[in-house]
Design a protein around this ligand. Structure first.
Ligand code: AMP
Ligand code: MG
Length: 341
């Protein structure tokens, strides 16, 4: 089914789109207070509608800063960096929860999401920014340490033995942090907020003016533009993965940061971005990466077998495929195909 919308509507929302990827149409007197900060290698923004909005925004910044210290592979003292260095560790709190949940989601996605891709991600220089194209032997050697079968978790998930594997939470950490932040705001009594952590948007409660939250979806072919917009009511996670979010070029070839566990090279799945809408930030983040790896056919089949998320899939040609739960909530200028069950 193709749906066409007048160009005028496109013009209105593109002009209104904020740089952080949020589209704000709030006209009431209860203006949100925005807190911006840099964490997890990304510019983050939190808009809170509350009397203590400054303190609430600062609480989110503190929460994400603390999580980054535990979860970043590049912070030497982090629990995850120590695990990678020693090959074994006693795990606590967030690292324990995140590793267990990521291994489970890896199994559910048939290994499309794989937390042991770190050896490959590092080989291509995506961790340090020292980008390079590795040769086939290097990729083959690194691939030998890829796969969650290498990891042995203790009975309660409180210890891990890596068996040569290296772990990276790059595909899920921001979603996990966004969910923790949303839970924190709700616990502080906040009834309306929207967080934008790079490609991860998380809404808390409902807008005071009664309107839906509106989230712009970037055009993978031109990051400065929006290709569509999604409206969401209530609390939700809206997470986009795309090759355009991090890449390098060498000899006229573009190499992007989402890796195919089958080849150890950047994924060429025919998709240029995947946006997931789900109730949980971790789930939305993990699935956005996994469905990007799967490509359109496998991703839509996976959606048909699931009941806990909806998706907007943009192909390399710029065509949009929208799962039916979002069909009435997605707006774009060029029309889209509704994916049905
Ligand atoms: P995202 O932006 O959420 O899609 O996550 C992409 C990041 O996750 C990359 O920058 C890598 O750090 C890591 N990564 C790349 N490929 C994979 C994969 N197939 N499974 C899990 N993590 C990956
Ligand atoms: Mg992700």
């Amino acid at each position: 089914m193709k749906q066409k919308l007048p160009l005028l509507i496109l013009a209105v929302f593109v002009v209104g789109a904020l740089a952080v990827g949020l589209v704000s149409t709030f006209h009431g007197t209860n203006e949100p207070v925005e807190t911006d900060f840099f964490a997890m290698d990304t510019l983050m923004g939190v808009q809170v509608y509350s009397r203590n909005a400054d303190a609430d925004g600062y609480a989110v910044q503190t929460c994400i800063g603390a999580l980054e210290k535990e979860l970043s592979v590049t912070i030497e003292t982090s629990e995850i960096a120590q695990l990678n260095r020693d090959g074994h560790a006693v795990l606590t709190g967030d690292v324990q929860a995140l590793l267990q949940r990521t291994i489970a989601l890896s199994a559910r996605t048939g290994g499309a999401l794989d937390p042991t891709m770190y050896s490959i991600v590092r080989l291509w220089g995506f961790t340090t920014g020292s980008y390079r194209v590795p040769d086939g032997d290097e990729i083959a050697a690194a691939l030998e340490t890829v796969g969650t079968a290498h990891i042995t978790l203790g009975e309660n998930g409180d210890t891990a033995l890596l068996g040569g594997a290296q772990i990276d939470f790059g595909a899920v950490a921001k979603g996990y942090a966004a969910q923790q932040s949303a839970d924190l705001l709700a616990a502080r009594g906040v009834t309306a907020a929207i967080l934008s952590l790079g490609g991860n948007v998380q809404t808390v409660g409902s807008r005071p003016d009664g309107n839906d939250w509106v989230i712009g979806i970037r055009d993978p072919a031109d990051e400065a533009q929006m290709i569509g917009k999604l409206s969401v009511s209530g609390s939700a996670a809206i997470v986009t993965s795309g090759g355009y979010q991090r890449y390098f070029e060498e000899n006229g070839v573009t190499y992007q940061h989402i890796m195919d566990p089958a080849t150890g090279a950047p994924v060429k799945s025919g998709l240029s971005s995947v946006t997931i809408v789900a109730q949980d930030g971790f789930l939305a983040d993990g699935l956005s990466t996994a469905l990007y790896v799967m490509g359109l056919d496998k991703a839509t089949a996976f959606w048909r077998d699931s009941d806990d998320f909806e998706a907007v899939l943009i192909t390399d040609d710029g065509d949009a495929y929208v799962t039916e739960g979002l069909a009435g909530r997605y707006v774009c200028a060029d029309g889209f195909t509704v994916v049905t069950r």
